[in-house]
Design a protein around this ligand. Structure first.
Ligand code: PAF
Length: 281
């Protein structure tokens, strides 16, 4: 595996592979890699000739009171994990090169960026879209892989790629969970033992909703209220939002008809976690 730190070296590597007629898959990450990321790497290896994984903790997507400084970073471990996973290249640019002094250009996906997580994290998706667009421009991938846990992010990136006529296929891969149901997230590393147990309330609530739909419940407000009740029963949990929305527009829905995205965010102690499920009537 080649580890590449500079934008020019990454562009040169990608250009070389393209000239050899190889397709490129990009897995954008912020590092602290777990099985969820590795499922994206595996999908990329299955679908593209060359798999590039970017590791960049993007300052532009963190709010002033968020965890940018303490976000877990371990490039040596990530490098070893990616070697074992068979990635072809690791791209780990510096913030100074991605956002040099005088940097002023940002991309936005209006509307979609302001719903769900965007409401409590203003500017977050502007930061995500900007860095993803930059990564697309540097690597010029044929395919790019995103996890379904970040459903809003995947939708917004897909919208951006369509709106800007980008020549990249956005692939969304299923959520990977611990055996007990907790969705994998780099932020799970923040959880102490009691918080780890409490965090199960997220997936437990969503599973309750799935069972309720299977039993015939169609009322979105009652489903969201049921999930809230599961979270409210957990003393360490504080709800940010629980919403049943149209998976394409993120507009709230009144009932489950076709496919509905039931998405939530909750604080477990100081750690904000997200999870979601697709409900199908
Ligand atoms: O999902 C993430 O890890 C980040 O939001 C991404 C897509 C790598 C952009 O910084």
């Amino acid at each position: 595996m080649e580890a590449v730190g500079s934008l020019s070296a990454m562009k040169a590597l990608a250009r070389d592979r393209r000239r050899s007629g190889l397709t490129i898959g990009l897995v954008p990450t912020m590092g602290c890699l777990h099985e969820g990321h590795l499922s994206l790497v595996r999908e990329s290896k299955a679908r593209a000739d060359v798999t590039v994984v970017s590791v960049f903790v993007n300052p532009a997507q963190f709010g002033p009171n968020e965890d940018f400084r303490r976000y877990p970073r371990d490039l040596a471990k990530d490098t070893a994990v990616l070697e074992r996973a068979g990635a072809d290249a690791l791209f780990h640019p510096s913030a100074a090169e991605v956002y040099p002094p005088g940097y002023r250009t940002y991309a936005e996906v209006t509307g979609l960026q302001d719903r769900l997580c965007g409401r409590s994290r203003p500017g977050h998706f502007r930061g995500v879209v900007t860095v993803v667009l930059k990564l697309f421009e540097i690597v010029r991938p044929d395919l790019a892989f995103f996890g379904a846990k970040d459903a809003q992010q995947a939708l917004i990136v897909r919208r951006m790629a369509a709106d800007l006529d980008l020549d990249v296929e956005i692939v969304t891969c299923p959520i990977v969970r611990e055996p007990d149901g907790l969705a994998l997230s780099s932020r799970n590393a923040y959880l102490g033992p009691e918080e780890r147990k409490a965090a199960l309330a997220l997936s437990t609530g969503l599973r309750w909703a799935e069972r309720a739909v299977a039993a015939g419940e169609r009322d979105a407000a009652r489903l969201a209220a049921g999930v809230r009740a599961v979270l409210e029963a957990e003393p360490l949990a504080r709800i940010d939002y629980v919403e049943a929305v149209d998976p394409e527009t993120l507009e709230p829905v009144a009932e489950v008809r076709g496919e509905v995205l039931l998405a939530l965010a909750a604080f477990i102690g100081p750690t904000r976690l997200i999870d979601n499920v697709r409900l199908r009537a």
